[in-house]
Ligand binder design. Structure first.
Ligand code: ASP
Length: 334
C-alpha cells in the first residue's frame, strides 16, 4: 500500500501523481445500522480508509491527506482557506498531475465554485462525494471516488469539476438538486460536462477556463490566505407577501456593529430576477447606504435575461449561493 496520510511524499511517478484530500461529508459518514442511509453521522471515516475501500486505487501511487473532517452543511471560510492552501501546494508540485477532494454534498457546489473562482487551476481538481454513508449496504462513495480519480487522470483535464453518480459537472454550473437520490447533482441548462463509463470519460463540452500562467492563480490564492473572514454578504429571497424587514434588520445590525456590517446582499428573485416591490424599496435604501445589491433568481434553471430599466446588478448565470460567494470574493478584491 503506497498511501500516506498527512501529505508525506510517496513514490509518485513524475508528473502523474494524484493527491486525495479528505474534508468529511456523507462519503465519510458512519451509521449504527448498515441499512440506514439517513440516520448517520457525516465526517467519521478517514480519507485513507475511504481510499482503501476502492481496490482499483490500491496499487496507484498517491498521497492522501485529511484536511478537515466536517459535515459540509457546516462548511466555513476557515476550512476553505485550509483546503485552498493544500490544493495550491500540491498543484505547484511538478510530480503531481491532479488533486481529488472528498466532500459532503450539501455545500459541494459552493466549495467547487470557491476553488475555481480563486485558483483557476490549470491542472484538474476533482471533487467527489456520496449520498449514502460509508457503512451503507450499497455505498456510492467508492465508485464515485474511483470515477473522480479516472477524471483526474484524463488527458487534457483542467479546472475544478465534480464527479458524482457517473456524471462530471463544471464548478460554475453544478448544483445539488435532490435531497435523497444518488444522482443528486445537475448542471441546469448547460448540462453535464461529461460521463464516466468504466474509467473512460465521454466529454460533452470543454473544461472550465484556467487562468493565466502557472498551475493556479497565486495572487488570488495569497489574497484569500491573508483574509481573516470573507466580507459579509447576505442571501435573501423574494416571495409573495415579502417586505423589507430583513433588509432593514441587516442595516440596523451594521449601524450597531460596524466591523461586522453587511457589505452586500444577493437577492434570489422570482422568475427572471423580479422582486416584490416592498423588498425592492428596502434594497434601494440599502444600496443608497453603500451596500452592494445583486439580483439572482430562485428558479432552478436559466440565467437572468437583462432588460431595460431593471434595478440592481444581475448575477451572470450564477445560482444565488454562488452569486453570494462571487460578490463576497469581489468585495475582498479577488
Ligand atoms: N450533510 C452531508 C454533508 O454535506 C450530506 C452529504 O454529504 O451528502 O456533509
Amino acid at each position: 500500500m503506497t498511501h500516506a496520510i498527512t501529505g508525506a511524499r510517496t513514490d509518485t511517478v513524475a508528473g502523474q501523481g494524484i493527491v486525495i484530500l479528505g474534508t468529511g461529508g456523507t462519503i465519510a459518514g458512519r451509521a449504527a445500522r448498515a441499512g440506514d442511509n439517513v440516520g448517520y453521522v457525516a465526517g467519521q471515516v478517514s480519507v485513507g480508509d475511504l481510499v482503501a475501500m476502492v481496490p482499483a486505487l490500491a496499487e496507484m501511487p498517491m498521497d492522501v491527506e485529511q484536511v478537515a473532517q466536517v459535515d459540509s452543511k457546516d462548511m466555513d471560510f476557515g476550512v476553505w482557506k485550509a483546503l485552498a492552501s493544500r490544493v495550491a501546494f500540491h498543484l505547484a508540485r511538478p510530480d503531481i498531475a491532479a488533486v481529488v477532494i472528498t466532500h459532503g454534498t450539501d455545500t459541494l457546489e459552493e466549495t467547487a465554485f470557491f476553488l475555481q473562482r480563486v485558483l483557476k487551476p490549470a491542472k484538474p481538481v476533482v471533487l467527489t462525494c456520496a449520498m449514502r454513508p460509508a457503512t451503507a449496504l450499497v455505498p456510492d462513495g467508492p465508485q464515485n471516488l474511483q470515477d473522480a480519480v479516472s477524471v483526474a487522470r484524463w488527458p487534457g483535464a483542467r479546472g475544478v469539476v465534480v464527479a458524482c453518480a457517473g456524471e462530471v459537472h463544471s464548478a460554475f454550473d453544478v448544483a445539488k438538486v435532490h435531497t435523497y437520490q444518488v444522482n443528486a447533482f445537475d448542471s441546469g441548462d448547460a448540462g453535464a460536462l461529461g460521463r464516466v463509463e468504466e474509467g473512460r470519460l465521454r466529454l460533452f463540452r470543454d473544461w472550465p477556463e484556467a487562468g493565466g500562467l502557472g498551475p493556479f492563480d497565486a495572487e488570488a490564492a495569497a489574497q484569500v490566505q491573508h483574509a481573516e473572514a470573507l466580507p459579509r454578504v447576505a442571501l435573501i429571497t423574494s416571495h409573495a407577501d415579502a417586505d423589507g424587514v430583513l433588509v432593514r434588520a441587516l442595516l440596523d445590525f451594521g449601524f450597531s456593529r460596524p466591523a461586522e456590517a453587511v457589505r452586500g446582499i444577493v437577492v434570489a428573485g422570482t422568475g427572471n430576477g423580479t422582486l416584490h416591490r416592498s423588498l425592492a424599496q428596502a434594497l434601494r435604501a440599502a444600496e443608497s447606504a453603500g451596500v452592494r445589491v445583486v439580483r439572482s433568481s430562485r428558479c432552478a434553471r436559466g440565467p437572468l435575461i437583462s432588460g431595460v430599466g431593471q434595478a440592481f446588478v444581475a448575477s451572470e448565470g450564477l445560482s444565488a449561493v454562488k452569486a453570494r460567494l462571487d460578490l463576497s470574493l469581489t468585495l475582498l478584491g479577488v
